[in-house]
Each structure stands twice: as C-alpha cells, then as structure tokens.
Design a binder for this molecule. Structure first.
Ligand code: DGJ
Length: 350
C-alpha cells in the first residue's frame, strides 16, 4: 500500500513537470517552417539572438552573424542624443544546414568590459555585422557599424578570424574613404572583389567602396549613390549578371517603406525600381527593416530576404522576418507569408 502511494506521488510529480516545462520539450523539435515575426529558438531551445545580421555560406554550412543583444534596453537620453540601445555583448554566430534549425556557435566577437575607450566596450554600440570569406587569404573578415552611444562616431570596424565560428580578432575602426559609415553590408562578387555599401553623409547618401584584395580596408575606389535619398539597411545580391540592393528609408527603429534598386555595374549607376513587398503592411515592410538577402544554395533563382522587426523598447526581443524573394522577368517581389517553407520556390509565385 505504502509502495503504491509512493509510485502515485512520483507519477504526479512527473505529470506536473511535463506540464510546467513544455517549452523545453518543444525546443527539441525541429523547425519545419519559417514563421516570420514569431519566437525562433536555436537547437538548444534558446531564443536566437542575431539582430541586424547577415549570412555566410561556407563549405555546405550557413553561418548567421548578428548583434547579440542582452539585457535591458537603455532608453534614449535626448540631452546627450543617446538612442535606444542595449549594452554591447558582441556578435553572435549560429550555424545551420537547412536555414531553419540553427546551432549556437557562441559570441565570436565579444564586447570588451574593462576599457571604456575601446570600440567594443559595453557602453558603445555595435550594429549590422557582416562576415565574408576571402579565398586568397583564407580568412573570414567581419565588417560592422561601430558607434558611440550618441551615434556621432559613424565608423566601420573590422575583425578577422581563421575559422567561421571565431573567435574574431578586432583590428580597429575608421571612417572609410574619410566619410561617415553607419548602416552597412559587404558583398563579394563572382570575381572575388568585395565591396562595402554604407550609409554616409549623415545617412543621406549610400557609398559603395571597393575593398583591398585582403578585404581589410577600402581600396580608395568608391562611388556616391542614391544621393540625398537617405537609404539605410542595405542588402545586396546578384542575379543573372545584374546587381540588386534592397534598402529601407531612414526613420530610426520605426518601420518605413522598402525599396529595391538595380544596376548593371556594382559601382553604379543604380536605378530604383520600387517597393518589392506585397501583402498586408507591405508599405511598412511588414513592420520590419531589411538586413540581408541570401541565395538558397542548390535552388536556382531562390532567395530569402532577411528583415528585423525591431522592438525598440525591448531590443533583445526584436524578431526576425524572413521571407521568400522571387524574381520573374526582372520583377522582384517579396510577398508576405505567415508561414512557409522551401517548397514555396517550387510553386508559382503567389
Ligand atoms: C536604423 C538603422 O537601420 C539601425 O541599424 C539603427 O542604427 C537605428 N537606425 C538606430 O536608430
């Protein structure tokens, strides 16, 4: 009898535990679809933390690098022009074979805690890290927007690593071509040349700057594009010999309308086509902002557009909006999908 009571108690405890920790159970399940704007967990069951990020495909694996935002959001201090931000934690890295299930590889460029003057000190700002691989040097090179808390620094920071999952060595920051550099991305062309795209001249004009062969510095060759058009959040890709740049307007952490532009030559001239987003809230980019466009390997003509849905009062809980991008006869669309998977590319565009 006593024994039965004991077994019953044990059973009760087990039932309560299962009820209390469903998230842990769920986390073991594999993601089968993209659900834009929803909570997205890594393979350990933790929230994915890689904002303003970019992807790198290397030897059969995708790597996702982004701002690892931890802790309470610091509210703006208008007296000092300090904006919404979190303390810098560093750049997080995740790896995946299928773009849906991501393993946390660690913080590959950590913040610096003990030197308040350092670019990566927790009190500063680090945004929009992008990593490219240099075939000649065999190095992984990271470019990021490195800022002061009052957003007056406007510099690019560069770091380098022998492996995609770090740890990266920080080389320092500068204003490329002696011009301000805020929102930015790096694109490697088929010929191995790399270019940094960055919002400059107080975000009014987009600079496109050819990098040196080692990708560590600007080569000195650059062009000014979208002059006084205030484009931010550039995401660049190439399709059938043409270059495309997806970008946002300039409204802080609040959403605005996206634009796509096309060029025959990467340094310009660029021609704006219009807003590629379609569906509900397409004029607000689905309440998100572009950060990267990734070709799906092995699926010709299939691209994924990556956006951030910023939560400016709780930056850590900002969400990811990943959507399929279609190109048909030169027309680009990014239709809203509440839930989707790769089979979307096998069907006709919606
Ligand atoms: C918009 C940019 O795209 C973000 O990366 C960030 O710099 C915010 N502005 C800051 O307000």
């Amino acid at each position: 009898m006593e024994m039965m009571k004991y077994v019953n108690k044990l059973l009760l405890v087990a039932v309560v535990c299962v009820g209390l920790f469903p998230a842990q159970q769920l986390s073991a399940q594999k993601n089968k679809s993209f659900i834009p704007g929803e909570v997205w967990r890594d393979t350990d069951g933790n929230l994915i933390n890689a904002h303003g990020g970019g992807l790198l495909y290397h030897k059969g694996t995708y790597y996702w690098y982004g701002e690892y935002k931890k802790g309470q959001t610091i509210l703006p201090d208008w007296a000092t022009w300090e904006c919404y931000r979190t303390d810098v934690t560093g750049v997080g890295c995740y790896s995946s074979k299928d773009l849906l299930n991501w393993k946390f590889e660690g913080i590959v460029l950590p913040a610096v805690k003990d030197d308040p003057e350092h670019d990566l000190h927790t009190s500063k700002v680090l945004e929009r890290p992008k990593v490219v691989y240099n075939k000649k040097t065999g190095k992984f090179v990271m470019w990021a927007h490195v800022e002061s808390a009052d957003y007056s620094k406007a510099c690019a920071g560069v770091a380098v690593s022998d492996t995609p999952n770090g740890e990266f060595t920080y080389l320092g920051s500068f204003r490329p071509n002696d011009a301000m550099s805020r929102d930015q991305t790096v694109f490697v062309d088929d010929d191995g040349r790399a270019y940094q795209f960055y919002s400059s001249e107080n975000n009014a004009t987009m600079y496109i700057s050819l990098l040196t062969d080692d990708y560590l510095k600007p080569s000195g060759r650059f062009t000014r594009n979208f002059i006084k058009e205030s484009r931010e959040a550039p995401a660049v890709f190439k399709h059938e010999g043409k270059y495309y740049m997806l970008s946002s307007g300039c409204s802080g952490w609040d959403p605005n309308i996206a634009e796509i532009a096309v060029a025959d030559s990467i340094m310009g001239t660029w021609k704006t086509i219009g807003n590629p987003c379609t569906g509900p809230d397409a004029d607000k980019t689905f309440y998100a902002q572009s950060t990267y466009v990734q070709p799906v390997m092995g699926k010709k003509g299939a691209y994924i557009a990556l956006f951030d849905r910023w939560k400016k009062k709780d930056m850590e809980d900002s969400r990811y909006v990943w959507l399929p991008l279609f190109i048909e006869k030169g027309e680009i669309t990014i239709p809203w999908h509440a839930k989707w998977d790769m089979s979307v590319f096998d069907k006709k565009k919606k």
